[in-house]
Design a protein around this ligand. Structure first.
Ligand SMILES: Cc1cc2nc3c(=O)[nH]c(=O)nc-3n(C[C@H](O)[C@H](O)[C@H](O)COP(=O)(O)OP(=O)(O)OC[C@H]3O[C@@H](n4cnc5c(N)ncnc54)[C@H](O)[C@@H]3O)c2cc1C
Length: 421
């Protein structure tokens, strides 16, 4: 161990250099793979608390709970990949503490592991709904494969599932229920669905689409408790106005909180997530942080963001590895995200802010529509449904800060390359 120089490349390529990655999710597994891709020849140790091979989370609220995927289908890479690449996996193992002065992590059994460089990729955890009755059985959150297994069993037996929280995860699960003939009610505290992350326009389209397929949507309503039967299972959800909604199961999807306790305990700069720079460095020069656990800068923004998305975690894995290896930084990517609900493929790029001018392209009929958010003549965000061309073009316009003709943009008979000024 012990490479104290902080040269262009942080680590020598020798077999004694060691990168330890805590968190074997999307960010951590990609960082390990990128290290090898970039030719790092030292030790790579990937530690994950979950006793499962690194896997994709997005299908957990989509195809996996609809019973269309096996556990193996979810794996990010086949088991052999880690062997071939010499990536040591320590699964079912929780890191209890980080000691930045001694450059080691420790485990609950008192053992320790030294590192030259540490990458924290500990993700986020579901925000808990702390109301009376929340410990009843049949109330489920969704983050891990284990949660998804329980939800998959719960959905058909529930008869009526209540989803608390009208965000993307809640709506995806609602769509799966509805498609499988299970009655579903979505309860959202704000006055519209996706209030935190989507425009009013997109939110209206999705609300109508879900309602037309039978989903009961209640907005401006909050859950104040759950009531259960003698068997300890949830029987109803109680709203703030006293209304009780009978149900056989509940999914809570009210957001996620960063798992930054290790970093905070180690004295790293944390502020609702581990604060990192454009290269995913923390306030300790030997420690990087990536993915949902971070609050990160974005191009052309002065404030920091918590971007909970696969593209963001993968981009940061690339940034950290480039910094560790002393290579060129990857080109900054416009933040983007996707969601699947019924037969709607949603793709969004850029950040949506209320009050911006919104230009719709295509129509609601056929459910192929794009909402371009513009400031002056520049597209700053785009939200699309079943419109991959508009998504790609919109993302490119944002990236290039391109000027567009707003009248042409609204006219779907004008090809997208023809809307540039
Ligand atoms: C149901 C669901 C659906 C989603 N759908 C989409 C989607 O459609 N599109 C999209 O872009 N994003 C989606 N996301 C978000 C996406 O999955 C996350 O942004 C991504 O997984 C973040 O990767 P990460 O590596 O930061 O965290 P994670 O993938 O959460 O991995 C973190 C890992 O670290 C482990 N860990 C934490 N603490 C410790 C410790 N002390 N010791 C050891 N291990 C530890 C955790 O157990 C976990 O396995 C979805 C998320 C969920 C839950």
């Amino acid at each position: 161990m012990g490479n104290d120089s902080y040269s262009e490349a942080m680590l020598g390529d020798g077999p004694r250099s060691r990168v330890v990655i805590v968190g074997a999710g999307h960010g951590g597994a990609n960082a390990a793979a990128f290290l090898r891709q970039k030719g790092f020849g030292g030790e790579v140790i990937l530690i994950g608390e979950e006793p499962v091979m690194p896997y994709q989370r997005p299908p957990l609220s989509k195809a996996y709970i609809a019973d269309h995927m096996s556990v193996e289908d979810l794996y990010l890479k086949p088991t052999q990949f880690y062997r071939d690449q010499g990536i040591e996996l320590r699964l079912g193992t929780r890191v209890a503490e980080v000691n930045p002065e001694g450059k080691f992590v420790s485990f609950s059994d008192g053992t320790t592991l030294e590192y030259d460089v540490l990458i924290l990729a500990t993700g986020a955890a579901p925000r808990s709904l702390d109301v009376p009755g929340s410990d009843l059985t049949g109330i489920q959150e969704l983050r891990t494969i284990a949660d998804a297994g329980r939800l998959r069993d719960l959905i058909p037996s529930s008869g009526h599932l209540v989803v608390v929280g009208g965000g993307y995860i809640g709506l995806e699960v609602a769509a799966v229920c509805q498609t499988n003939g299970v009655r579903v009610t979505v309860i959202e505290r704000e006055d519209r669905l996706l209030a935190r992350v989507a425009s009013v326009e997109l939110s209206k389209v999705l609300t109508a689409y879900h309602q037309e397929r039978g989903t009961n949507i209640l907005t401006s309503d909050s859950v104040v408790g759950f009531a259960g039967g003698a068997d300890g299972a949830v029987r109803s959800v109680i709203l703030s106005d006293g209304t009780e909604i009978a149900c056989g199961g509940v999914l809570t999807g009210i957001g996620a909180v960063p798992c930054d306790a290790l970093a905070c305990g180690a004295g790293l700069h944390c502020d609702n997530g581990i604060v990192v720079d454009e290269q995913s460095r923390t306030s300790d020069r030997w420690i990087f942080a990536i993915g949902d656990v971070t609050r990160r800068p974005l191009p052309n923004r002065t404030d920091l963001f918590r971007m909970e998305s696969i593209p963001s975690a993968v981009e940061q894995a690339g940034q950290a590895v480039a910094a560790i290896m002393g290579g060129p930084q990857p080109k900054p990517e416009v933040p983007w995200f996707w969601s699947d609900q019924f037969n709607l493929k949603l793709k969004m790029a850029g950040l949506v802010h209320e009050g911006e001018e919104v230009i719709a392209r295509n129509s609601l009929e056929g459910f192929k529509i794009a909402f371009f958010h513009v400031r002056g003549e520049n597209v700053v965000a785009v939200e699309t449904i079943n419109s991959p061309g508009e998504f790609m073009a919109g993302k490119r316009f944002i990236e290039k800060n391109a000027r567009v003709d707003l009248t042409k943009l609204a006219d779907s008979s004008v090809p997208l390359q023809g809307v540039l000024v």
